[in-house]
Design a protein around this ligand. Structure first.
Ligand code: ADP
Ligand code: MG
Length: 269
């Protein structure tokens, strides 16, 4: 109910988990591409200095003159930081290693946690008419991730289907609670999505059972299978949805997008 009042303009979602290699970037790219395929207008913010989302969507280093770093510091106009990708309806603000110094450089800035929040709410943003903004977070609970959580309506958590997967979650939830208390009381958990799921593997099934026991409805029904086409797509600078539209990975990300869209319709009803 209150979502109708709070979500004016794009719905902003931070894709976060402080563990590296769990599928944050893959989920950001492919959920973004699937939402775009279904007709939404989507912006990805690459908030990881490694710039994997930018590379995976074919943004050359030479094209990254204006990046998330400039966006945070209000050092460039939106039209110069928001780049179109080859995917219809999907734009990106790219990043480079420059962003790795932001964590330290911004400590003295009293608005340090609100930089992304403010950048995404500047009036010039309206002309783009984005439906969704997905933020690809770095593998750390640092100031960049806090900026993402302060800027967002919700957090989407990719959970790799492997041993110890749930261990890091309590730390992540603690950070979400702190952000709610200090800056963003309405921050929701969009959901937890199981990634790199292997049906033949007992461990995957164990992780799923644990996650559903502990987190209940927060876990998306859709699971993303381990699928080699998903891991190959970035080196062709494409979402798997375009690289191999009929692959299991592409189908799973379309299912995830549909579930995500359905959850968001219900939130507004
Ligand atoms: P993160 O952004 O959390 O560090 P990535 O999305 O970069 O994680 O994924 C880590 C690695 O796992 C990458 O090499 C990626 O291609 C691979 N990967 C992610 N999801 C899948 C999947 N469903 N099937 C196979 N490989 C995957
Ligand atoms: Mg990543």
């Amino acid at each position: 109910m209150s979502d109708l009042l709070t979500v004016v303009g794009p719905k902003i979602v931070a894709v976060a988990n402080q563990k590296g290699g769990v599928g944050k970037t893959t989920t950001t790219i492919n959920l973004g591409a699937a939402l775009a395929e279904f007709g939404s207008n989507v912006l990805i913010i690459d908030l990881d200095p490694q710039g994997n989302a930018s590379t995976g969507l074919g943004i050359e280093i030479e094209a990254r003159e204006n990046t998330t770093y400039e966006l945070l510091l209000d050092d460039a106009e939106l039209k110069d930081v928001i780049l179109e990708t080859d995917v219809d309806g999907l734009c990106i603000v790219p990043s480079t290693v420059d962003l790795s110094s932001a964590d330290i450089e911004l400590i003295a800035n009293e608005k340090r946690s609100f930089l992304l929040h403010d950048a995404l709410r500047q009036p010039a943003m309206e002309q783009y008419d984005f439906d969704f903004i997905l933020i690809d977070c770095p593998p750390s609970l640092n100031l960049l991730t806090v900026n993402a959580m302060v800027a967002s309506h919700s957090v989407l958590v990719p959970l790799q289907s492997e041993f110890f997967a749930l261990e890091g979650l309590s730390q992540l939830m603690l950070t979400i609670r702190e952000v709610r208390q200090s800056a963003n009381p309405n921050l929701k958990i969009e959901g937890v999505v199981l990634t790199m799921f292997d049906n033949r593997n007992n461990l995957s099934q164990q992780v799923e059972a644990d996650a559903r026991d502990n987190l209940g409805d927060l876990v998306f029904a859709t699971k993303i299978p381990r699928n080699v086409r998903v891991s190959e797509a970035p080196s062709y600078a494409m979402p798997v949805l375009d690289f191999d539209p009929a692959s299991k990975g592409a189908k799973a990300y379309r299912d995830l997008a549909q579930e995500f869209l359905k959850n968001n319709e219900m939130a507004e009803a």
